[in-house]
Structures are given as structure tokens and as C-alpha cells.
Ligand binder design. Structure first.
Ligand code: GLN
Ligand code: ZN
Length: 789
């Protein structure tokens, strides 16, 4: 390792300065979801390997052209960031880090080819796929590498080279070595306490080789993404680890080696910025939307040998137009302090949809406030021009952005005085119910819960969304089915679902959610203050996309008056009218609605959450008034929004928990409130789950084999709990024995009057044959365990 200071600024061969304007990445899915369609056809066997390569190649080339056209004209300004499935999977492939349980997939040369990478992503008959988890505090999911002491690393640049070949002079991009290992989990076979980061020394030579190979193929810059540096990690010496890792990558480079660009999106790298900046790499990105730069940190970018400062001033993960004035002032300040400044987005743009121009149905007033990926590239390019040529050069753009911003700030439409007054008047008593014990007694005496057996059986809400339901929705949207016909069609569906549940012998029924295209968008469509888009697709994982709604104004239920109109009662009330058994009302919680929408940034998120909570509170009250005795408010995203820094947790949990409680506290003690969370590792949110004060909480637990129950008990959680006993993520039907074993294990820890039997999550992605079979087994298993306790 070379530590002498003159080696800190290696004369990289090309000597090409970092581009003045860039982005960290661009949507991969395609403006018409071309990638999704190509992948799904290839998995279905209707597109062969060559066809997939051709379609993906065409999409990538078009994507590069588009970015060039929008203003990223310098060769290395466009990153070759085109993961087919996932960028972490690409890093697994590039470093050859094949988990032991997939070792048979390695080619003769040890290489993971494309077909093998799809097995890692999707599993096969022999084994489940790599685990998937949320990418920082976003709604994107990455595949979790499994690393052990024996994992072999070997460079394979083929996929990176293929991506770089999509255009002239592109900047190859890959997840950096520190983040790669910090995001990895220890292989099951690894010894207790094994830390994947301990393999960094073995991984770095592989990165060096990859980088050199990219250089030999013509790359002048390579982008290494290190977002893990912006999140709290339980490691004292990370600064030293980071610095020495990057010194090793930067030292003693060959003539043909590219310059190194390290990016730290999604937050503030704080103490870990300096180690990167003084390691000898040539450019460093900082997220100036979420993070900042102290004077001391700015000084890291001044003076001889300092890296270029790639200033992420345009928000890459929301859809509002940038404040160009403020951004330019910021950039000028950094330049005047002596830094060599380039303009960039705060994160990759793959969290935003492609192009606002596609949204012709949005009202003109609000369209003016927005910027999707393409518009954001224009903003970056304009700012770079303003920085280089002076404000006058971009006066028209500055004026236009300022006018739009002022118009939005003054817009009466975003503010509803009555909603604001109501939210401002909230007090403690609005988010407190009677003590849990008292509610239990009331529910047993006067509530529907009184009629239930021990270990009641239920589901999480949705039943299979069949092709027929989707076709009916599409026909209704296209005007081929009128309102009455559509409602009739959905009622038929509800009738069938209720009858089926009675036949299966479930204790608490649901209406099945056939009217919902999506658990958040459906609410956005029935609330004021939201817009939905036609083409605003964003990748969630692999080929899966979601279409986040846009929360732009004060929120209440649509319809006359402050409280608007109930919109779930007609469906749920109808279901209840068909059966003697209790029907559980089903709502999406405030935090999840925020997490899966694009949210306004002109007020604290907690204030927006209160408004959404009040709208839901009205719906809960209407459900109760309509005779619904159990209401479930789902919060699968509660953990997702948890801030990356621990010091911010308390504040987040405070408003998020309060908003859930505002939504659910305006009911009689005899009404039973349920919640549902889509994960089994409560970790950091354990106390928050208790604080939600729901009477019953259902969680995912089948795959983790109930391991959440002990920590839950230790934490003193003493209300109802429904640990999932059927992993609904796969079509596999669990046997009665399997379900009984899981439920029996739960019954050893949880008293039978607090235990519920339910699947892990909703059934909307399942088909009817496995749904019927698995629920039959679930009911039978519950009967068995009930008889034993
Ligand atoms: N009630 C929703 C459903 O069953 C819950 C979905 C979720 O937790 N993601 O579909
Ligand atoms: Zn769920």
C-alpha cells in the first residue's frame, strides 16, 4: 500500500475531469416498462436469451440517447447503471460471490452467468432465492448477498462491460466494496458472530481487477456507490476501514486505470466522508438534499490533490421541481470556497418515474410543480450551465422555476383551513383508548370477539386478485363497464369470497379487497390532496413496479364536508350483511400511505401523517357505526421509514405511532383494533409495535419459524398476536402438520386467548387452488392446537 502523499493524486491516465453535470443513475424499467415486459417474457419462456439481450440492449441505448439529449453531454456524464434485476445482484455476479447453497450454479470457469443470476434472484425447485430487503429507507428491495469465511471472490466484468457498451464513453457503476459487505448477511453455515465485513481484504483485489478491466475497455471514470456510509453501523472503527480500503483501491494505479468516483447517496456520511475524501480517489459525491457539508468537510475538497466535489443538489427520490435559485447559491458557495464542483442528483433517479410529459391527465397547475427523472436531468444540466456561465446564462430557467415555486407556495388548493384546524386541535385524548385490559373485557363481553373460539382463524385481508377482477377494473376505467355494472361485478366477488370463507370455517371473515388495485393508491383515489399517475411506474424489485401516488395538498376524505364520505363501508358493510360471522374491516395505515406515495416537502411529515390519520379515523368511525366490530389498519411500512440515523428514531416513532393511534382511537372499547406488519424481525421497532396499542397484531412469521415470539414476550407485549403460519410468498401449500407445528410452538409462548391463526400476509398474489388448500389446512391445524391447549 502506498501511503506517501504524492501518491494521493495519481495522474490517472485519461486525465479526464469529472463531468460538470451528472446523475447517479436513471430509471431502468423503461418509459413503457420495456424491461419488465422483456424479463417476464423471458421467465415465461416466450423470449429467448438472445431476444432478451436484444431488447435490453435497445432499451439501454435509447436510455443513453435520452440522457444525452436532456443535457448529459460529456461522455462520462451518463452512468452505465442498468441492472437487469438488481444492482446488488450485479455486484454478486461481478465479484463471483456465489453463496454455498448455490455453488452448483457456477460455470466451469467459476462464472455466474445470466441464467444463474436469475436463480439467485428467483429461486428454483431446489431452493428459495436470496433474501430480499429494503434498500435504505426506500421502497426498493435488493437481494441480500450471503457471505461466509469460505466464499470465493473472483472478478467477472462481463455484465459491467455489457452495460458500459450501451453507449459511448459511459461511466461504469457498481456498489462499492464496503457497502456490499455491510449489506451482506453471514451464510447460515458461518460460525456464530462471523462478520461479512471481515472479508474486505479478500474482496478489494477483486474490485481492483474489475476496475482495471473496465479501464482497459475504455472507461475513464468508474462509480462506486457507498450508501451504507450514511447509515449508523454498529462498528467503531469503520472510518479506518473505509480509508484504508479506498487507499488500496486508489494506490499504484496503472496508466490505463480509470479515475475513481465514490458516491454517498441517501443521507449524510458525516465522519465517514473525510476517510473517503482523503483516500486518493478523484471525485466524491455528497447528498446535499438529505445531508450537508460543514466548513471542515468542504475544506476536504480544496487544495492540491483534493477530489472533485460532486454536489447532489437535485433530489433524486421525490418528484418536486427543484429550487434552482437555492441550489445554485449552494453550488456557488462551494465553488467560492475553493472546491471543484460538479452538479448531480442526491441519489440515483431510479426512485422516480421516467417522464412527466407522459402524464397528460394531471391538472396543469400541479404539473408545473413536478419534475420526474427526465425533468431532473434538465435541472442538473441547467445548474451546471449556471455555475459555469453565470446566473444570466440561465435567467429564464431560474425565473420559471421561481415562478412555479412561488405559485405553489401561494396556491390555495394545497391548504384546507378546516383540515388544518382539526389537526392542530388534536390532543393526547385523541390518541388514547381505554387501558388494554379494560378493552379486552369489553370486547369479550359486548364485542364480536366474545363469540370467538380460542385461537381464532382469519386472513390478512385480500383474496386472490383474479384476471377477471383486473379485467373488470380495466373495462370500468375504459368506460366499457358502467359504475353499476362494475359495482355489481365486485359484489359478486365479495359474495363468493364470503361464502368460501364460511365453507372453509374461518372465524373472522374479510371482504377480500377486490375493489383495490393497490393498498395505497385506492386510498389516494378516495382522499382529497392526492393525484394518481397513469405511467408513473417505479421499480420495487426485479420486474415489479409500483405507481406511487402524489400527495400534494391537505388530506381528507373526498366528498361533501370536512369529513367527506365513507368509501370502504359500502364494500365491507355489504360483506357483513351476507354473514352471521364477524367481518373485519380493512384499512391501510397513515405511515404506509406516506411511505408508498411521493409526499409533500413543504411541511413536516408528521403533520401530513396527522391529516391522513384523521381521514382514516373518519373511516374507522363509519365502519364501527355500520356494525363492523373488528377493524384492521395495516402498517407494513412502519419499519421502512425508520431513519438511517439512530438519533432520529425517537422523533420518527413518536409521530408515526401517534398517527396510527389517531386513526384508531375514536372507537368504543368493545371494538377490536388489529394491525398487520409485513416482517418478522422487529428489532428496532419492537417498542413501537407495543406503543401502537392495537388489540391484535398480525405479523410475518412462517419463514423465520416464529423467532419473533421470544423477544416480543421479553418486551412485555401482552396483547393479541397472530404470527403468520403460512408463507404466502410462494404457491407451496403447507401441510396440516406443518401449520400445527408452527401454531403449537406459538401456543407454548402465547396464551390461547391471545393467539390468532392467520397467513403471513394478504392473498392477492395467490391463486385460488392453493388458497383453498392452505386455508383448509390452517383451519384444521387451529382446531387441533385448540383441542390440545
Ligand atoms: N390487507 C392487505 C392485504 O391483505 C395487507 C397487505 C400488506 O400487508 N402488504 O393485501
Ligand atoms: Zn403483509
Amino acid at each position: 500500500m502506498t501511503e506517501n502523499p504524492t501518491a494521493a493524486t495519481p495522474a490517472t491516465p485519461a486525465g479526464v475531469p469529472f463531468p460538470a453535470a451528472t446523475v447517479l443513475g436513471y430509471p431502468r424499467i423503461g418509459p413503457r416498462r420495456e424491461l419488465k415486459k422483456a424479463l417476464e417474457r423471458s421467465w415465461a419462456g416466450t423470449l429467448d436469451a438472445e431476444g432478451l439481450t436484444a431488447e435490453v440492449g435497445a432499451l439501454r441505448a435509447a436510455t443513453v440517447d435520452r440522457q444525452r439529449e436532456l443535457g448529459l453531454t460529456e461522455p462520462a456524464a451518463v452512468p452505465a447503471s442498468f441492472a437487469l434485476y438488481d444492482q446488488v445482484l450485479d455486484a454478486i455476479v461481478a465479484t463471483g460471490a456465489l453463496p454455498a447453497r448455490f455453488s452448483d450454479l457456477a460455470g466451469s470457469d467459476g462464472v455466474i452467468d445470466r441464467a444463474a443470476s436469475f436463480v439467485l434472484a428467483r429461486g428454483d425447485v431446489a431452493r428459495g432465492p436470496l433474501e430480499m430487503t429494503k434498500w435504505f429507507d426506500t421502497n426498493y428491495h435488493y437481494l441480500v448477498p450471503e457471505i461466509g469465511p469460505e466464499t470465493r471472490f473472483s472478478p467477472n466484468a462481463a455484465e459491467l462491460l455489457a452495460q458500459a457498451a450501451a453507449g459511448e464513453g459511459l461511466r461504469p457503476a457498481l456498489v462499492g466494496p464496503v457497502t456490499f459487505l455491510l449489506l451482506s448477511k453471514a451464510e447460515d453455515s458461518a460460525p456464530e458472530g462471523f462478520d461479512p465485513l471481515s472479508r474486505l481484504d479478500d474482496l478489494l483485489p477483486v474490485y481492483r481487477e474489475l476496475i482495471s478491466e473496465l479501464g482497459r475497455a475504455g472507461a475513464t471514470w468508474v462509480q462506486l456507490e457507498e450508501p451504507a456510509l450514511v447509515a449508523d453501523q454498529d462498528r467503531g472503527d469503520l472510518a479506518g476501514v473505509v480509508e484504508s480500503a479506498y487507499r488500496r483501491l486508489a494506490a499504484d494505479r496503472a496508466e490505463s486505470d480509470p479515475a475513481l468516483f465514490v458516491a454517498t447517496p441517501y443521507g449524510d456520511a458525516e465522519d465517514l466522508l473525510a476517510p473517503v475524501a482523503r483516500s486518493g480517489v478523484e471525485a466524491v459525491h455528497v447528498d446535499l438534499v438529505r445531508g450537508g457539508l460543514t466548513a471542515e468537510q468542504t475544506a476536504l475538497f480544496t487544495g492540491e490533490g483534493a477530489p472533485a466535489l460532486v454536489a447532489g443538489v437535485v433530489n433524486g427520490r421525490n418528484i418536486w421541481r427543484a429550487d434552482l435559485d437555492a441550489a445554485l447559491t449552494r453550488l456557488e458557495g462551494l465553488r467560492d470556497a475553493g472546491a471543484r464542483v460538479s452538479v448531480a442528483t442526491s441519489t440515483s433517479l431510479f426512485h422516480t418515474p421516467h417522464d412527466l410529459e407522459q402524464e397528460t391527465a394531471l391538472p396543469e397547475e400541479r404539473r408545473r410543480w413536478l419534475a420526474f427523472a427526465d425533468q431532473k436531468i434538465r435541472e442538473v444540466a441547467v445548474l451546471a450551465r449556471g455555475l459555469a456561465e453565470g446566473r444570466e446564462a440561465i435567467a429564464a430557467e431560474l425565473d420559471d422555476a421561481r415562478a412555479a415555486l412561488e405559485q405553489r407556495a401561494a396556491a390555495r388548493s394545497t391548504r384546507d383551513a378546516a383540515v388544518r384546524e382539526r389537526a392542530a386541535a388534536l390532543t393526547e385524548s385523541d390518541w388514547h383508548r381505554e387501558p388494554a385490559e379494560e378493552r379486552r373485557a369489553a370486547q369479550a363481553a359486548d364485542g364480536v370477539a366474545g363469540g370467538l373460539p380460542a385461537i381464532p382463524t382469519t386472513t390478512i385481508g385480500s383474496f386472490p386478485q383474479t384476471a377477471e377482477i383486473r379485467a373488470a377494473r380495466a373495462a370500468h376505467k375504459a368506460g366499457r363497464l358502467d359504475d353499476e355494472q362494475y359495482v355489481g361485478r365486485l359484489r359478486e366477488e365479495i359474495r363468493d369470497v364470503v361464502a368460501l370463507q364460511e365453507e372453509l370455517g374461518l372465524d373472522v371473515l374479510v371482504h377480500g379487497e377486490p375493489e383495490r388495485n393497490d393498498m395505497v393508491q385506492y386510498f389516494a383515489e378516495n382522499f382529497d390532496g392526492f393525484d394518481v399517475t397513469d405511467h408513473g411506474w417505479v421499480q420495487s424489485y426485479g420486474s415489479r413496479c409500483t405507481r406511487p401516488s402524489i400527495l400534494w395538498g391537505d388530506v381528507s376524505r373526498s366528498g361533501e364536508g370536512l369529513r367527506g364520505e365513507a368509501f370502504t363501508v359500502p364494500w365491507i358493510g355489504y360483506a357483513q350483511s351476507l354473514t352471521e360471522r364477524p367481518v373485519k374491516g380493512m384499512l391501510t395505515g397513515p405511515v404506509t400511505i406516506l411511505a408508498w406515495s411521493f409526499v409533500r416537502e413543504d411541511q413536516p411529515l408528521g403533520e401530513t401523517a396527522d391529516q391522513v390519520a384523521l381521514a382514516l379515523r373518519d373511516e374507522v368511525a363509519d365502519l364501527e357505526a355500520a356494525g363492523i366490530g373488528i377493524v384492521q389498519v395495516d402498517e407494513p411500512a412502519l419499519r421502512e421509514l425508520l431513519p438511517l440515523r439512530r438519533r432520529d428514531h425517537a422523533d420518527y416513532l413518536d409521530w408515526s405511532v401517534r398517527s396510527f393511534r389517531v386513526a384508531t382511537s375514536d372507537v368504543r372499547p368493545s371494538t377490536q383494533i388489529h394491525t398487520h406488519l409485513c416482517y418478522s424481525e422487529f428489532g428496532e421497532v419492537l417498542s413501537a409495535i407495543d406503543a401502537l396499542d392495537a388489540d391484535v397484531t398480525s405479523v410475518e412469521a412462517a419463514r423465520s419459524r416464529m423467532e419473533l415470539l421470544d423477544p416480543l414476550q421479553e418486551a412485555g407485549f401482552d396483547r393479541g398476536i397472530g404470527p403468520g403460519v403460512w408463507d404466502i410468498h410462494s404457491p407451496r401449500v403447507p401441510t396440516v402438520d406443518e401449520v400445527s407445528t408452527l401454531l403449537g410452538a406459538a401456543a407454548e409462548v402465547i396464551a390461547p386467548d391471545r393467539l390468532w391463526a392467520n397467513p403471513d400476509c394478504g392473498l392477492k398474489t395467490r391463486a385460488y387452488p392453493e388458497t383453498k388448500a392452505a386455508l383448509t389446512h390452517l383451519v384444521e391445524a387451529a382446531g387441533r392446537v385448540r383441542a390440545e391447549v
